[in-house]
Design a protein around this ligand. Structure first.
Ligand code: ADP
Length: 536
């Protein structure tokens, strides 16, 4: 059953079939690829039925297989010739020759279903069913050899004219492959005419397919997944075709045909979906690459921005400090008495300058955080003291707006905690300042809670509240609510961002809650009593 001949035929089939799929896959739209794969498939078709013929045990079937293998053989030379013609870009000149060759091959195809090509099969040289030729067989051989040799001659001629070393090498590959295959493949024909040379060389018959495909498409890669699916699918289909052909009666034939159709539909769907998937994957890969590039650019830009902010704010700090110094000296009367009118103006200058200083400080904090250079100075502190200090400075702001600022200190002092006092003060100040800023009526309340190892400071207000959409962005840098500009134009959207970073560096948490717009907000800050550990 599985002899050297059947196995070699199977190998030929596999090789040429795989190459056909590969070529088609490389570029379906390219004419050269299409014809190259057609040629591979003709060789594959021929080898496949050669294999089936070799393992067949019934005479009638063996005759059918030899005719089918001949069907592949009839189309091999014309496909090869056309491949060479297209590769050499001499399609126009050889147009009529190609049409003629196709017509000729079609005639031989029709003859295959008569005894004119393959008359019968009979035992010879150890083969049980070797075909015997009909009268049309010689003309077929003439066509086969004629077209193949003509193609080789065309390639050989252009080898001399060709100047590109790459194409020259490609042509050499084709010629070399052809030489091996013609020599080896010719061993297939002796037994037809009772010359006792078995088809030893058959295994090399697909060499020219390998070398030509290699020469034409060698510097590209293919997608293994699609090819694997297609090979498997086609393998299944071929088996199914064999089943149809081998059906013993009409009912079996119909059943096999139905199975084949169902298989075909499923396989087309499968191949399609795999192709789609691969295509999407490739697109995704491209996109990811683009995104990575864009991301790199953005990171660079972000870095440049951080450096700019850092430099600019350092430069701003000194003059702002000077302004603050002179303004307060003027206000204190260090440069002589000043009128009430001038004093009012000076106070305005002082307040605006303070705002600028706090903005510059926020920016500096931001650049330090981004550069990972924020430094902390930890010490044991009583948190109520810090809140008391803040209350003293901010209560006048609340009063100004007609709001209350109520701090409900705990009945018993909380334990001292290890924190950077100045920074925690900055965070709580910002929470209370925000609460005052974003409240029109009512006021602000500060509460303390202690639970196990945690201390919570809760700042709640009766202000504009926070909408659902804005909630997730609250702690991002430069993020300000949509409508806050109308309420308070002063703000950078940095306070909460910096605040969260500071609290996180303490191992704590900070979050906001709100029942919605105009329903007040509640900011909770949670710190650990014993040490700077991650809270959860
Ligand atoms: P800024 O106050 O400078 O805009 P923050 O980072 O401190 O920056 O706050 C960011 C945003 O969070 C504010 O613009 C505002 O939309 C919202 N927000 C903060 N605190 C409150 C609050 N108490 N009530 C309502 N919205 C608030």
């Amino acid at each position: 059953m599985f002899t050297y001949y059947s196995i070699s035929a199977f190998i030929n089939f596999l090789v040429s079939f795989l190459l056909g799929i590969f070529v088609l896959h490389k570029n379906r739209k390219e004419k050269l690829n299409r014809i190259l794969s057609f040629w591979c498939f003709t060789v594959a078709f021929w080898s496949f039925f050669y294999f089936i013929w070799q393992i067949e045990t019934k005479e009638q079937m063996a005759l059918l297989w030899t005719r089918l293998l001949m069907l592949g053989a009839v189309w091999v030379p014309v496909a090869f010739l056309q491949t060479v013609v297209i590769f050499l870009k001499i399609e126009k000149e050889k147009k009529y020759l190609i049409i003629f060759s196709y017509a000729l091959s079609s005639v031989f195809t029709l003859l295959l279903f008569t005894p004119l090509m393959v008359k019968k099969v009979e035992p010879i040289a150890g083969f049980e069913f070797w075909p015997k030729p009909g009268i049309a067989y010689i003309p077929f051989l003439v066509m086969f050899v004629g077209l193949s040799i003509y193609a080789v001659l065309l390639a050989y001629r252009s080898l001399k004219k060709e100047t590109s070393p790459k194409i020259k090498l490609q042509i050499k590959y084709i010629l070399f492959g052809m030489a091996i295959s013609i020599t080896a493949g010719s061993t297939n024909y002796f037994l037809w005419y009772d010359i006792n040379i078995p088809p030893y060389g058959n295994i090399l018959a697909s060499t020219y397919v390998i070398l030509t495909v290699y020469a034409i498409i060698r510097h590209h890669l293919l997608n293994i997944k699609v090819i694997a699916t297609e090979i498997l699918s086609l393998g299944i289909l071929l088996v199914s075709i064999v089943h149809i052909l081998a059906a013993e009666n009409f009912i079996k034939l119909v059943i096999n045909l139905i199975i084949f159709i169902i298989l075909l539909v499923f396989i087309i769907m499968l191949v399609h979906s795999v192709e789609n998937e691969v295509q999407r994957k490739e697109e995704l890969q491209k996109l990811t690459k683009k995104l990575a590039k864009a991301n790199k650019k953005l990171k660079k830009l972000d870095q440049a921005k951080s450096e700019f902010i850092s430099i600019a704010s350092h430069q701003l700090r000194t003059p702002l400090g000077t302004i603050k110094g002179f303004a307060s000296m003027l206000l204190e009367g260090s440069y002589g008495e000043i009128s009430e009118k001038v004093k009012k103006v000076l106070e305005k200058i002082f307040i605006s300058n303070e705002r600028l200083i706090s903005l510059v400080n926020d920016l500096l904090d931001l650049s330090r955080i981004e550069a990972g250079k924020m430094q902390y100075d930890f010490d044991y502190r009583q948190i109520e003291d810090i809140v008391e200090e803040i209350k003293e400075t901010l209560s006048f702001k609340a009063e100004e707006k007609g709001l209350y600022l109520k701090v409900n200190f705990p009945p018993r002092p909380l334990p001292k905690i290890k924190i950077d006092g100045a920074k925690i003060k900055e965070v709580i100040s910002n929470l209370i300042e925000n609460a005052i800023k974003y409240t029109k009526k009512g006021g602000v309340e500060v509460n303390f809670k202690q639970k196990d190892n945690l201390i919570r400071i809760i700042v709640s207000d009766t202000g504009i509240g926070i909408s659902r959409d804005e909630m997730p962005l609250l702690f991002s840098k430069f993020s300000r609510g949509k409508n806050v500009g109308r309420i308070d134009a002063n703000g950078t959207g940095l306070g909460l961002f910096v605040g969260r970073k500071i609290i996180e560096a303490h191992g704590g948490r900070i979050w906001a809650e709100s029942k919605g717009e105009n329903r007040g907000s509640k900011f909770t800050m949670e710190l650990l009593i014993d040490g700077i550990k991650k809270a959860f």
